[in-house]
Design a protein around this ligand. Structure first.
Ligand code: GDP
Length: 442
């Protein structure tokens, strides 16, 4: 479904691409396709109307119509408006000084609450807070066990009481225990149901009223599209939400549902979950999300991911080579080897600008095998070619493809990707450290 928002928007842009100067009629056709793509992706009618009014106003200006690349202008305008409606940004978790801060996580069963409790604990620990988990999901005994396992993994205490049926009592006792143990942030993992029901909502309202959490976060599954929007609407009417966390935005979900969830709840999106591992939680950045929806990639997220997998010394060397324009396919091979871990490559690909074609080629396939294939392609190049990819003309591509036992399209895709990300990396590496810090924090 979110693929369809991305795909639909891509078709809209393609419809006016290469037209040179545009007429108002051409642009209107393109805009109509943008509108249709959004409606088909279950973005709510009101959101689409507001969005289209702003985009149309900007796109119909003479500056756009007379520009040499109106297609790029339209992409820029849509990108800008997506950022607008996905904001404003507030990814802070307000922690009270000298007191215990209580965070309550709610959402449907399977949305990723328990996993997110673990991810938040890890994040809080990194920020030098001392988190404490409370297993208040009494509907699902496995959830209690799951939370204990996460707690052990993270070294975070977990409170549960298998003999207690009342989640309010469990939460109250949990908060007391946390205070006793000197923790400063309590995270309540509440119960979810497969669908919204009155009893669940009543139970959550009771916890909200009697425990008075400082922040209530709704966890929604980004893969479920309209269901995510419906559940957001129901939770929002029952509870006063302070933020949304959308999970499972790895894989194919591109986050189109976030537009509607954001509109329905009117609260900031705090984090997005991008994998099952405990470090797969990203502070929400509208720019990154808009880039993902438009298949423009998210170079900041790639950089953040790279920070995790490449150590500081090595990164400095690579950055120096990038800044001086000396980053070659040989260096790229070294990086590829590092990211040839299960699942990691796919994630990086989905974030890389200009990787739409490559990603489609790899979709559902054996990604590790594909990485080996790419390594094979680079290995079939001569040292000269690896150091200067511009040497690689059609006959060379064919020779390389033959040597690596792949189709020439694979060589093309690899070179295309390298040529797109190279200047961006160079820019990112070349800026002064303050620019870079800003880029990382955007
Ligand atoms: P809960 O019922 O809401 O507590 O959901 P769980 O935390 O048990 O998560 C349900 C499933 O979703 C588990 O298999 C998790 O590993 C998985 N999951 C949670 N967050 C993410 C995410 O961001 N990405 C992916 N791919 N899977 C996730």
């Amino acid at each position: 479904m979110f693929e369809s928002l991305s795909d639909g928007l891509q078709s809209a842009f393609k419809s006016i691409r290469g037209k040179g100067k545009l007429t108002e009629a051409n642009m209107r056709d393109g805009l109509q396709m943008v509108e249709q793509a959004m409606l088909e992706a279950d973005v709510s009618y009101q959101v689409v109307q507001d969005f289209m009014a702003k985009v149309t106003q900007a796109a119909m200006g003479q500056k756009v119509l007379l520009s040499l690349r109106p297609h790029e202008e339209l992409v820029r305008i849509v990108h800008q408006e997506l950022i607008e409606i996905l904001g404003p940004v507030d990814v802070s978790i307000p922690i009270k000084a000298g007191q215990v801060t209580v965070l309550m996580l709610c959402g449907l069963q399977g949305a990723g609450k328990t996993t997110t409790c673990g991810k938040l604990s890890q994040l809080l620990k990194e920020q030098k807070a001392s988190p404490f988990l409370v297993a208040a999901d009494l509907q699902r005994p496995a959830a209690i066990q799951q939370l204990h396992t996460l707690g052990e993994q993270l070294g975070v205490p977990v409170y549960s009481d298998l003999n207690e049926q009342d989640p309010v009592k469990v939460c109250r006792a949990g908060v007391a225990k946390a205070k006793e143990q000197g923790a400063n942030v309590v995270i309540l993992d509440t119960a979810g149901r497969l669908a919204i029901d009155d009893e669940l909502m009543k139970q959550l309202c009771e916890i909200d009223k009697k425990i008075g959490p400082d922040q209530v976060y709704l966890v929604v599954d980004g893969m479920t599209g309209q269901d995510a929007v419906n559940s957001a609407s129901a939770f929002n009417s029952a509870l006063e939400l302070d933020g949304v966390i959308m999970t499972k935005l790895d894989g194919d979900a591109r986050g189109g549902a976030l537009l509607s969830v954001k509109h329905v709840t009117q609260v900031p999106v705090k984090f997005i979950g991008t994998g099952e591992h405990l470090d797969a939680l990203e502070a929400f950045r509208p720019e990154g999300m808009a880039g993902r929806i438009l298949e423009m990639g998210d170079i900041v997220a790639v950089a953040q991911e790279a920070h995790r997998i490449i150590d500081d010394g090595e990164r400095e060397k690579l950055e120096a080579r990038m800044a001086s324009g000396q980053f070659t396919l040989e260096d790229f091979r070294g990086v590829l080897e590092k990211i040839a871990k299960p699942g990691l490559m796919q994630k990086m690909m989905s974030l890389m600008p200009g990787m739409g074609d490559m990603k489609k080629m790899l979709a559902g396939g054996d990604t590790d095998g594909e990485v080996r294939k790419m390594l094979g392609v680079i290995d079939s190049m001569t040292t000269h070619e690896r150091r200067n990819w511009k040497l690689i003309d059609t006959p060379r591509r064919q020779r390389i493809a033959q040597g690596a036992g792949v189709q020439p399209t694979v060589v093309n895709a690899l070179i295309k990707q390298f040529s797109i990300i190279m200047p961006m990396m160079q820019m990112a590496a070349g800026g002064n450290s303050r620019d870079r810090m800003q880029m990382m924090q955007q």
